[in-house]
Design a protein around this ligand. Sequence first.
Ligand code: F6P
Length: 568
Amino acid sequence: MDIQQKIAQYYDTVLSKTHLRTLLDNDERNKHLVTQFDGILLDYSHEKVDTELIAQFQQLVDNTNLFGTLKDIQSGIKFNSTENRAVLHTALRTPEAQQVIVDGQNVIPDVYQILDRVKTFTESVRSGTFLGYTKKQLLNTVVIGIGGSYLGIEFIYEALRTHHEGQLKSKGRQLRFLANVDPVDTIRALQNLNVEETLFVINSKTFTTAETIMNAKVCRNWILEQYKVLGHENEKEILESHLTAVSTNLAETGKFGINEQRVFGFWDWVGGRYSVTSAIGVLPLSLQFGYDYIAQVLHGAHSIDQHLVSEKQVSKNLPVLLGLLGWYRASIQKYQALALIPYAQCLLRFPAHVQQVHMESNGKTALVYPDKHEQYFKSACPFIFGEPGTNSQHSFFQLIHQGSQVIPCEFIGYAKSQAETGASNPAAVRDQHDELMSNYFAQVDALARGKTKEEVIAEGVKEELQHHKIFPGDRCSLQILFQNEANPYNVGQLLALYEHRVLVEGILWGINPFDQWGVELGKVLAKNVRSVLLKNVDNHNNLDFTGFNANSATKNLINHYRAFQGKQ
Ligand code: F6P
């Protein structure tokens, strides 16, 4: 019996048969299932685990040489085997004095060359040295990008925009995002912006993503139209003053009309959804908050990168524990979803970011070494969703407490509120924050312990209502608690924690978390549909479907779409 089977057997025979209420009654157990690192506490005592299982986790990690693999990845091996690429987002936050070798070359000087350019450029924009075409200060930034070229940046922006120092650094500035190719998203992104004060950052690793390129063209036209109204028609110079790009495809950014001085590169060893700490995120975030402030995000991420490979005891390694618990819940406990609940409004967009990082990375079943992995433990990336607490309690928590399936939860909270610094009445802020966090603690216990029939009866509930008021409990969750308020350093830590836990899960499942072939099919089909729509712009019945290989149902639907457009 291998260690994975041993874990499965231990779960089936012992842990699945022991209610969390019983596990939690063991004080000795509880005190071992919590650990801290660099201002972050991880409490996993409300998971269906005990010290025996954690010892088995250690054996699993040792037997699969997890730490060896993690170290190799950070040293530049071509771990992304299906695309023959290294996986080195960790190099983006490695200190300048260290070396990371890819294809015989140290990549760290390249990383710092780009960071230095980002620092110089963003400081010149923020100080008013680099101005718009009509010599007005560029106070607004619009980021055009989608997926990994958008979600992580928005998460960090939202996380920091109410941080006291973040507010001071971004005073008078705006950061907006245009991701969806929906024209309504364009209206929202550009609404009430003065073109003379607006800088665009076109974020695309490939610079071929259809949505981003179309949005970039729409914005380019908008810039030129707005300037025309103001009586300016020098297109080349106007665009050079208002367009910047971050991409690995420098040929295409040049063709688009972006001055190469304003293009910030990165490398094929940074996956799109892992690119927030490249210029993709650092450029727009530094425009908004200043480079030195955003550099702290990189420091925080680096702290976790190091912790990942240096803490070899699984019971103390935060990202490894998160990964092991994710693997265990999905492959052993067979739970198919995960709710991510930050008790922090500033983490509003964190679940959306994690959805991409997790599900685009591990939402696949093609194994790298099919012979080495048992079907029983096959990739089982959960469906991830989430909303800030307490809003989520008043939305989907009914199902989480009493629904037919168990949905593990990860709760994230802060001991201090961002709102406290600079508040006119800090005690009132603390009071409100305590109210928020009371819910965080209460939910955890309600999920684990539930409420028994005996307890319901003891409360004097009428017989016909009793079974409605029983909570099964035995629903697992874990708690991440930050010592400080959300700040750039611990936001960087949080980013890296979830990046690495996804990797750990991917390694345990034997898949490659760094490709995304599954997204490609839809892209190709969309192109085909688009050519049909272009061919039939003014045709409202019997569309020409020549060369379009689809079933009659899809063709009918497209026919209806054009027919509706022709009706008054
Ligand atoms: O969704 C597929 C994907 O390739 C993501 O992995 C990536 O983050 C996104 O599209 C955007 O790609 P790009 O940065 O090349 O425009």
